[in-house]
Design a protein around this ligand. Structure first.
Ligand code: CA
Length: 148
């Protein structure tokens, strides 16, 4: 086996061994509100440093857990850009958009905040908002450096 094919095999094993990338344990995340205003990207870095990642929400139970953490504020969650993905690059079937979103108003709304209504809206990533981090459920091999 050549060195190249060994490397390809190694990467194939990694890929196959973690097919769901972060969604393996829905309902087992612990969420925390960080009441510091940051851009989406800075919030993601903060969450990765102190927790696991910016909040990933995969079902209604998790969405309720996030909504119960804050009263009267808009907060960042980990969903970004089209195609919409979580900050670890994984997809989720669950969304909770408000009826007019995502609308990409102004063509620069690539990040998601949970509104005071607890529904989701796409907004510019450079807005500075408090945010929700979560701990648990992510496979570190799924985390990638993403450009926004
Ligand atoms: Ca919008």
């Amino acid at each position: 086996m050549t060195r190249f094919s060994q490397l390809m095999f190694f990467h194939l094993v990694i890929w196959v061994s973690s097919p769901s990338c972060g969604s393996a344990l829905p309902g087992q995340k612990n969420y925390t509100l960080v009441n510091i205003r940051m851009t989406w990207e800075d919030a993601r870095s903060y969450c990765r440093q102190h927790y696991t990642d910016l909040a990933m929400i995969e079902d209604e139970t998790e969405d309720s857990a996030v909504s119960s953490l804050y009263p009267g504020a808009h907060v960042w969650i980990g969903l970004y850009r089209e195609p919409w993905r979580w900050s670890d690059g994984s997809h989720s079937n669950f969304t909770n958009w408000q009826s007019t979103s995502p609308d990409s108003y102004g063509q620069n709304q690539h990040c998601t905040r949970e509104q005071t209504t607890y529904l989701w809206n796409d907004v510019p990533c450079i807005d500075k908002l408090p945010f929700i981090c979560h701990r648990g459920s992510h496979d570190p091999q799924c985390q990638r450096q993403l450009t926004i």
